[in-house]
Design a protein around this ligand. Structure first.
Ligand code: LAN
Length: 772
């Protein structure tokens, strides 16, 4: 953190210290004077700057005029903060190609010097509380600028009518969202009689109070000392000691589940809680609907509000919890086993920290691992201090305030998709865009993972050398489709005249080696590693608020990315692992065909929802020649599905309810991003009737602003079926790709017509000539 940031540490100005000698008397992180003063305060947005060090993003608030002078605000900073970017109006686009170019002109202004694009990655509403609770219980001073803006964000995202918060920004109010964000605001100093807090409390009580929260909410509130650990269903670390062959061993779980379970189990086993103080005592009264002392917490382990119960616990899990809570934990669990289990969990936590340079897999296990290092090694330990630094990389500033991103950014992913869009639209050969794309190539060069993890097998990590992550190399988790999309970009750029060769063949081969590890027996690809456990493990899903979270599944999106990357690679390097690539491709395409639903759709897991998946699946099929013209029944059915959902205005729009329910849910208005996905899908399919596609293209053009940008519409992404997540750069990337692709295809057709006309003319000329 910069000197600026430490200068504005709340503690440093003396207003921050807690009342008592141990700092716990009144429990407020920000002194009382500060609280009232901070209420609804806003910082000066012209003083915020994003620092991007090799893709690692941190926001800084400049205190002095001198700092402001020395570090001017960039166009990108202004754009994200919602300030005027002063981008000029561009000549009105007459054609889709010109519209794509206008879009790129605006979007290019947002590229950062390191070569990548950055952006917000908000949506989930359960992340900030984990971070703020961690700061609070470790007595870490919170930057005043952060505190002000986090509060602003949470109030901006409070449900305007019922006063609650949901699982994600567009979701219905739930106990998870409301109890935790309410707590977060109180820890940041908001008074309970603030009218918005009164309203939030009423909503929380209507939902049954904190006892009706899901497992994760009860866990965090027990850490804070507001609830008692008895209310938390057991999270036994001894599961890590099971032999690897056991079908329920955590190593088989989806990586996000097991990396959250890990620190959760460590802290649960220690039953570590922050000592009670005035504030947490007050919270007990505010979050619960009955007096604290009258509650038998063990009776409420399985209580849950209907709004939170997306994935009800199975009877198997209920029986297992009963056994663990009533017999194993209190009577059978020997102390030596507890010690061994905690020691092994700690070893795995340290391995995760070191393998990710303390960035951690995501924003849930990041704060949890921070807390583990505090509990185990203390506030002065190297690990704890490193954690505190990297936690800042999850934060994002926007016009509404400060939020916590769903990962430490979307750097590699967005940059790859943007590059592919730019290449497909035909801009890569233009000297105008070459400096921009050369910086992109430098970024991919820098972000390819160079080495395997330490103790790779013992900490159950996937082969990663040569792969690319979703966000940054620092975080270090390889993802199948991120590797694939980044590899495609490198191949496309390095094979276009005018670009340097940054990655020699050996590094491309290493990427292929990673990709070839990613296929499941079904032919499909999952996200971080091939599927390791049975879908039956979903019976042990204790998260309640998410579906499909226990194991990796096959995804049409990831499978398409990998299979298209392999094919592009083979065109340039036909000899390398050719037989394996051919076999991989055949199996992957068979999976894509088999995953199609009878109505012609595919279920999308990372974007909303059927429209997103159609774009990928049709790209995969087209890559092996399955198109409308080739008579592929899969492509025909997919086109019929898409066309049946086109709106009268020419656009497409689907809501996140599709992801939750598994049936197509139309949006009240067409969405630019989804229209672009559908247009790309139909173009990949080679749908012969120009009409519907052209109407989609027109809608995308009509929604573009004069300076080339597109306004933000509904949320675009999803994970685990129920939680939505924002991909704000998609509103640039996919329209540019759709418009560019359309222009290219129409232009190609035009060239083909001329070509055939000339051919027929020549044949006719010679025939006549010969006859005569
Ligand atoms: C992501 C973001 C990117 C996404 C794609 C690359 C788009 C996808 O094709 C593969 C899966 C992946 C990498 C993915 C997995 C799950 C993530 C990390 C997220 C959706 C972003 C946030 C989410 C993570 C699980 C959030 C933390 C919450 C928990 C339930 C642990």
């Amino acid at each position: 953190m910069s000197t600026t940031q430490s200068a504005i540490r709340v503690q440093a100005n003396g207003t921050h210290k807690r009342g008592g000698a141990n700092g716990r008397a009144n429990g407020s992180i920000i002194a009382n004077g500060g609280v009232t003063a901070l209420k609804d305060q806003k910082t000066d947005y012209t003083r915020w700057r994003l620092k991007n060090e090799r893709g690692c993003q941190t926001w800084h608030y400049l205190e002095t005029e001198e700092e402001v002078r020395e570090w001017p605000q960039s166009t990108a900073d202004k754009y994200w903060l919602g300030l005027d970017t002063e981008q000029p109006d561009l000549p009105p686009a007459r054609t889709p190609f010109e519209a794509a170019e206008n879009g790129l002109t605006f979007f290019s202004q947002l590229q950062l010097p390191a070569g990548n694009w950055a952006c917000e990655y908000g949506g989930p509403m359960f992340l900030l509380p984990g971070l703020v609770i961690t700061w609070y219980v470790t007595e870490t001073p919170i930057l005043e600028s952060y505190a002000i803006e986090i509060k602003a964000y949470l109030f901006a995202r409070q449900h305007p009518e019922d006063g609650g918060w949901g699982l994600h920004i567009e979701g219905v109010s739930s106990v998870f969202g409301t109890a935790l964000n309410y707590t977060c605001l109180r820890l940041l100093g908001v008074e309970p009689d603030d009218p918005r807090m009164v309203k939030a409390r009423e909503m929380l009580w209507k939902l049954g109070g904190a006892l009706n929260g899901p497992h994760w909410a009860k866990w965090w509130l027990s850490v804070l000392g507001v609830l008692e650990w008895d209310v938390v269903n057991p999270v036994p670390p001894e599961l890590w000691l099971l032999p690897d062959w056991v079908p329920i061993h955590p190593w088989r779980w989806w990586i996000h589940m097991r990396q959250v379970f890990l620190p959760m189990s460590y802290i649960y086993s220690k039953k570590w809680s922050y000592p009670l103080n005035d504030l947490t005592r007050q919270l007990r009264a505010e979050l619960l609907t009955q007096p604290f002392d009258s509650i038998t917490f063990a009776h409420h382990r399985n209580d849950i509000a209907p709004a939170d119960n997306y994935h009800p616990k199975s009877w198997i899990l209920l029986v297992l919890f009963w056994f663990l809570a009533h017999l194993w934990m209190p009577l059978l669990r020997p102390q030596w086993l507890v010690k061994r289990a905690e020691a092994h969990a700690w070893w795995l936590i340290v391995a995760e920290d070191e393998n990710t340079n303390y960035a951690n897999l995501g924003p849930v296990n990041g704060p949890m691992n921070t807390l583990c290092s505090y509990i185990h090694s203390g506030p002065d330990s190297f690990a704890f201090r490193e954690h505190l630094k990297t936690l800042h990389e999850f934060m994002w500033m926007k016009s509404e305030g400060m939020l916590m991103n769903g990962t430490n950014g979307v750097q590699v992913w967005d940059t790859a998709f943007a590059t592919l869009a730019i290449c497909e639209a035909g801009f890569a050969t233009s000297p105008k865009w070459q400096p921009m794309l050369t910086r992109v190539l430098d970024f991919f060069d820098d972000q390819q993972l160079a080495a395997e993890c330490r103790d790779q097998r013992a900490c159950y990590r996937q082969q990663r050398r040569g792969g690319w992550p979703f966000s940054t190399a620092k975080q270090g988790y390889v993802v199948s489709d991120c590797t694939a999309e980044a590899l495609k970009c490198v191949l496309l750029l390095q094979n276009t005249p005018g670009y340097p060769t940054r990655l020699p063949p050996a590094r491309l081969y290493a990427a292929i080696d990673v990709l070839l590890t990613m296929q499941n027996r079904t032919g499909g690809c999952a996200s971080y590693e091939p599927t390791r456990g049975s879908p039956l493990l979903e019976h042990l899903n204790a998260a309640e608020v998410f579906g499909r979270i226990m194991i990796e599944y096959d995804y049409p999106e990831c499978t398409t990315a990998v299979v298209t990357a392999l094919q592009l690679f083979s065109q340039h390097h036909p000899a390398y692992r050719a037989a394996e690539i051919a076999a991989f491709t055949a199996r992957a395409i068979a999976y894509i065909r088999a995953a199609q639903r009878p109505d012609g759709s595919w279920y999308g897991s990372w974007g909303i929802c059927f429209t997103y998946a159609a774009m990928f699946a049709l790209e995969a099929l087209a890559s092996v020649g399955d198109t409308y013209a080739s008579g592929s029944p899969h492509v025909h059915r997919a086109c019929t599905f898409l066309l049946s959902h086109q709106n009268p205005d020419g656009g497409w729009g689907e809501t996140y309810r599709s992801c939750e329910t598994g049936t197509y849910s139309p949006h009240s208005t067409s969405q630019v991003v989804q229209t672009a996905w559908a247009v790309i899908a139909l173009l990949e399919a080679g749908y012969p009737d120009r009409g519907p596609v052209e109407r989609g293209v027109r809608l995308i053009m009509a929604r573009q602003k004069r300076n080339g940008e597109w306004p933000q519409e509904a949320i675009e992404g999803v994970f685990n079926k129920s939680c939505m997540i924002s991909y704000p750069n998609y509103k640039f990337i996919f329209p540019i790709r759709a418009l560019g692709l359309w222009a290219g295809r129409v232009l190609c057709k035009f060239v083909r017509y001329i070509h055939y006309a000339l051919l027929y003319y020549t044949i006719l000329y010679y025939t006549i000539h010969t006859i005569c």
